[in-house]
Design a protein around this ligand. Structure first.
Ligand SMILES: [Zn+2]
Ligand SMILES: [Zn+2]
Length: 159
């Protein structure tokens, strides 16, 4: 058997031993094992990340659907015009860059295709509308029945 590192002949103590026991060769062997383990860990992390990403995407679809229902009679948040065709759930602060509020309903309002897609949210007009009609919008958010939360707390399911 020849050592994989120094290429010298040696007597393997174990089956499958590819390195001899010289310090230098043991070091190379340890590095190889570490690299293999890291590769495995990295793969696992990437898989987990994909799972989280799937979950976030799925949640976003549901949240966007809720926003479209909440704003089903509203005009485009940015240009204020009546929306013909597809109604977009437009983030004021982008979902990617602001993950903590990507599902916050104050950050998502219905807009038209032109403002959301072609003008990337039409931010300047979006901001003006948010400031101008904030009270009106807050009322709309608060008006929503909170039956679900109530029923959970009043039944004291955790006891
Ligand atoms: Zn060696
Ligand atoms: Zn618009």
């Amino acid at each position: 058997m020849r050592c994989k590192n120094c290429k010298e002949k040696f007597e393997p103590a174990r089956f499958n031993m590819k390195y001899c026991l010289k310090d230098e060769c043991v070091r190379v062997f340890v590095e190889e094992v570490k690299a293999k383990q890291w590769k495995k860990t990295k793969q696992k992390m990437q898989q987990d990340l994909e799972t989280i990403q799937d979950f976030l995407n799925m949640t976003q679809v549901i949240v966007n659907k809720f926003i479209r229902l909440r704003d089903k009679e509203e005009n485009c948040i940015s240009c204020g015009k009546h929306i013909n065709g597809v109604r977009h759930a437009s983030h004021y602060l982008s979902a990617g860059g602001h993950s903590s509020i990507r599902f916050h309903e104050d950050n998502i309002w219905v807009s038209c295709y032109k403002c959301n897609v072609m003008l990337s949210g039409n931010q300047v007009e979006y901001r003006k509308a948010l400031i101008k009609d904030s009270n009106k919008r807050r009322k709309r958010v608060n008006k929503r029945p909170k039956t679900r939360t109530k029923s959970i707390s009043s039944t004291r399911c955790c006891r």
